[in-house]
Design a protein around this ligand. Structure first.
Ligand SMILES: Cc1cc2nc3c(=O)[nH]c(=O)nc-3n(C[C@H](O)[C@H](O)[C@H](O)COP(=O)(O)O)c2cc1C
Length: 326
């Protein structure tokens, strides 16, 4: 079954499913697997030194038969210039770049001149309009459901997709809690033309995450996705654990940033995600965790999204026919 939209056309992919940038675990092997299964794989800059970022792009490019992307957070706390230099160097093996966590003005034109499709991650209508005016090609609209660092505005996809697609003419990709084909169909119904997936791709054979992390996602119930860092004005969506509960208790005591930082820094994420040390660190997990049933190959995950979406579309047709019957 072919799934065609402006997203599949612009990115030259078979299915409108893209891998979200994932700090520490969004490496070249996972990106190549997503691309080879018909989606768009993306190598993450966050969690990788510039040298490792370059290596991972090479690994992805060697293994992938199709379009590849990279993700670069452009917030003030990240030295994105070093990564932009590598993107310039590797532009011939890349098709797209996604910019997240910051203002895209000042970056989009330079990246477009390299021949890349520029996608901008947004979390409100205002940000989407700014991204369109800045010359972005695709809007990625990320809801509060998403694993990882989210906007403090905490808007959900259910409201974001229809309002953003009403205010911009660019194609919209929906991100956050989309762990199966039924949710993907829902996103399309609301106006999206593609989906960005993070958490579901972690529980795959090709992901570098530790087995403990993958298994905990399969075993997790929907209630176990939670938020840390609200006390310092951020939203970081993670998997609930005794370690995370401790962090939340410290936040209730309103610890200042420098004290809290010991518990929430990227190294604490790395040791849990890559080494499986959940007692001393935390991992990201979106609200779609309750729908993850197995650790399997990326190919199987994408096939399941498509099958599941087809079934859901049929069910929707039947339900609609019943509803509309007079
Ligand atoms: C482990 C993990 C790490 C993430 N790191 C980043 C990142 O470095 N940059 C970024 O733009 N988004 C990041 N995100 C967000 C994803 O790109 C994506 O938008 C999100 O995972 C989609 O929601 P889902 O996890 O519910 O599928 C991360 C998400 C996860 C789960």
């Amino acid at each position: 079954m072919e799934l065609k939209s402006r997203i599949t056309e612009q990115l030259a992919i078979d299915y409108p499913i893209i891998e979200g940038g994932m700090a520490h675990i969004g490496d070249g092997r996972l990106a190549a697997a997503v691309t080879n299964a018909g989606g768009l794989g993306q190598v993450a800059a966050s969690g990788f030194s510039p040298r490792r970022f370059r290596e991972q792009i090479d690994i992805a490019a060697q293994a992938a038969n199709g379009s590849l992307g990279v993700n670069v957070p452009i917030g003030t706390s990240f030295n994105y210039q070093a990564y932009f230099e590598i993107i310039r160097e590797k532009k011939d093996v890349l098709s797209a770049v996604s910019l997240s966590s910051g203002d895209p003005r000042g970056h989009t034109q330079m990246l477009k001149e390299l021949g890349l499709t520029v996608m901008v991650v947004v979390a409100s209508v205002r940000q989407a309009v700014v991204a369109e005016e800045a010359g972005a090609d695709i809007i990625i609209c990320e809801g509060f459901e998403a694993g990882g660092r989210n906007s403090p505005m905490e808007l959900t996809l259910f409201t974001l997709i229809p309002s953003i697609s009403k205010h911009v003419s660019l194609p919209v990709i929906a991100a956050g809690g989309i762990s199966n084909g039924k949710a993907m169909l829902g996103a399309f119904a609301l106006g999206a033309e593609g989906v960005q997936v993070g958490t579901r791709f972690i529980a795959t054979e090709e992901c570098a995450a530790h087995e403990t992390y993958k298994r905990s996602l399969v075993e997790a119930k929907d209630e176990q996705s939670t938020v840390i860092e609200r006390s310092i004005g951020s939203v970081n969506r993670v998997l609930m654990s005794p370690y995370v509960q401790e962090v939340q208790k410290r936040e209730e005591k309103r610890l200042p940033f420098y004290d809290l930082f010991t518990y929430i820094n990227g190294q604490r994420n790395r040791i849990a995600a890559i080494q499986g040390d959940m007692e001393n660190g935390w991992v990201h997990a979106g609200q779609g965790i309750g729908a993850i049933g197995s650790i399997t190959s990326v190919q199987n995950v994408i096939d399941e999204y498509i099958q599941d979406m087809k079934q859901a579309a049929k069910q929707l047709d039947d339900n609609t026919a019943l509803l509309m019957k007079t």
